[in-house]
Design a protein around this ligand. Structure first.
Ligand code: AMP
Length: 469
């Protein structure tokens, strides 16, 4: 096994491109495949993404490229446009000092623009079989000078029903071209294709899937749904990722989460299936160029996403199956770099985490959440909200009870009211009667007094006369 890229005898411009990407030494698939490919052999590489398989075929292609010629010298077929774009991107980076011209031909983009580009110098074409065949039939592409043809992710390509196109494309390239086939699995269809079109290819097999996950530190926290956002914010602060992908299960949750992060000043963008192809490509490019730091995504949108420097993957929501979990987690720890995967789960999802640990043969560690400033503030805020809610409930209850009491006592109140109504009237009447009687009595008394006075006056007069005498 070769321990350095220099040992392959690569040209200095290519070594510089490798250095620019900070690749220190070849990965196992590169160490095994590159010498065979440089020797001109057809090669079958059985390896997953994450093993460095792209550079395993790109580097020898670039080593033998003749940039001064205008011919298309290599054709790389991929199952998806995302992968096509990504490979074209890798080629442009590794071949930066070589004046290489690469073009990705994939559906979902303007064919006229692709045609215009094809009129310029193109050394390497990467594309999906349908679109490449389309160009071949329009005669906008000529494969007469192709020296290397790569079938990347061949199993997926055939699974997606591209066999016919692939066969047609293989048949339209020169007989003596070299065929390189990369595939994670080797189903019969792929084996047959290899037998038919490849010349005694050595078969290199790299077992890496579980290792990819094993290299990644996997942690989970049991979190209440209401604490999730704050827990994530605390974890973002405490882990301080270089680049992070945050997965949520629905488009809506992705959008809400992104809006919240943006509001708090995080450089975050949302990636989900409904975005236009153009927008998705733009976002992925920007993420790769570290124009923003946090990519919030759904599973579908992040399929095959391969970005270096992703130090953390967060499962804001746990995915529905183990496969998706492995895929998500595999977005970090690329090519031997360290990576951390953090999942926020509900108490009930603990069993799922155990299943995942078993399936990935990896340790998945439960950690206890220490409340940081967001969680503490959030909890305080929620406690306040709860208190206000309960106070409102209590008030409401008291009001209801008062209402109830009032209803119950209504007949009595009515009776009292009636009684109360009768009494003042009666009193008044009584008062009037009393007053009437009082005045009658007074008048009578006064009359009697006057009468008595008159009587008394008459008796005094004769005695007075007697005295005068
Ligand atoms: P691939 O398996 O081609 O999808 O590559 C996985 C990741 O590994 C990509 O991000 C590559 O840029 C990176 N890579 C490829 N070769 C090396 C290497 N020799 N050293 C470090 N990283 C590498």
């Amino acid at each position: 096994m070769s321990q350095s890229f220099e040992a392959f005898g690569f040209r200095p411009e290519l070594l510089q491109g490798i250095k620019d990407l900070y690749y220190k030494e070849p990965t196992p698939i590169q160490a095994e495949a590159i010498p065979l490919i440089l020797a001109g052999k057809d090669v079958i590489g059985q390896a997953q993404t994450g093993t460095g398989k792209t550079a395993a075929f790109v580097l020898p292609i670039l080593q033998r490229l003749q940039p001064q010629k205008r011919d298309i010298q290599a054709l790389i077929l991929t199952p998806t446009r995302e992968l096509s774009i990504q490979i074209a991107d890798d080629i442009a980076k590794l071949g930066k000092h070589l004046d290489v011209s690469v073009l990705s031909l994939h559906g979902g983009t303007d064919i006229e623009r692709q045609l215009a580009k094809l009129k310029q110098k193109v050394h390497i074409v990467v594309g999906t079989p349908g679109r490449v065949l389309d160009h071949l039939q329009r005669e906008s592409l000529h494969f007469g000078r192709i020296s290397t043809l790569v079938l990347d992710e061949a199993d997926k390509m055939l699974e997606m029903g591209f066999l016919e196109e692939v066969v047609q494309l293989l048949a339209s390239t020169p007989q003596h071209r070299q065929v390189l086939l990369f595939s994670a699995t080797m189903p019969d269809q792929v084996k047959k294709l290899a037998q038919q079109f490849m010349k005694q290819p050595p078969h290199i097999k790299i077992e890496n899937k579980q290792k990819t996950v094993e290299q990644i530190e996997q942690i989970y926290y049991v979190v209440n749904q209401s604490d999730k956002m704050d827990a994530l914010l605390d974890l973002l602060e405490s882990t301080n990722p270089y680049l992070a992908i945050i997965f949520a299960n629905t488009q809506q949750r992705v959008q809400i989460l992104t809006a919240k992060l943006q509001e708090l000043g995080y450089a975050a963008e949302a990636l989900y299936g409904d975005l236009s192809q153009k927008k998705r490509e733009q976002l992925m490019r920007q993420f790769r160029e570290i124009k923003f730091q946090y990519l919030v995504a759904t599973d579908i949108a992040a399929r095959g996403l391969d970005v270096e420097g992703v130090t953390h993957v967060f499962n804001y929501d746990l995915p529905n199956d183990v496969e998706s979990y492995i895929h998500r987690v595999g977005r970090t720890g690329r090519a031997g770099q360290a990576g951390t995967a953090i999942s926020l789960i509900s108490p009930r999802q603990k069993a799922i985490m155990q299943r995942i640990a078993k399936a990935t043969k990896a340790t998945v560690e439960e950690k206890l959440l220490t409340a940081g400033r967001h969680l503490e503030a959030g909890r305080r805020e929620r406690a306040k909200e709860r208190e206000a809610h309960f106070a409102a409930l209590r008030e409401e209850k008291a009001r209801e009870q008062a209402e109830e009491k009032k209803k119950k006592e209504a007949p009595l109140a009515a009776a009292l009211k009636k009684a109360a109504k009768v009494k003042p009237g009666y009193k008044k009447k009584l008062q009037k009667e009393i007053e009437h009687w009082q005045s009658t009595y007074e008048q009578k008394r006064k009359r009697e007094e006057a009468k008595a006075a008159r009587k008394a006056g008459m008796k005094k007069k004769p005695s007075a006369a007697k005295e005068k005498r």
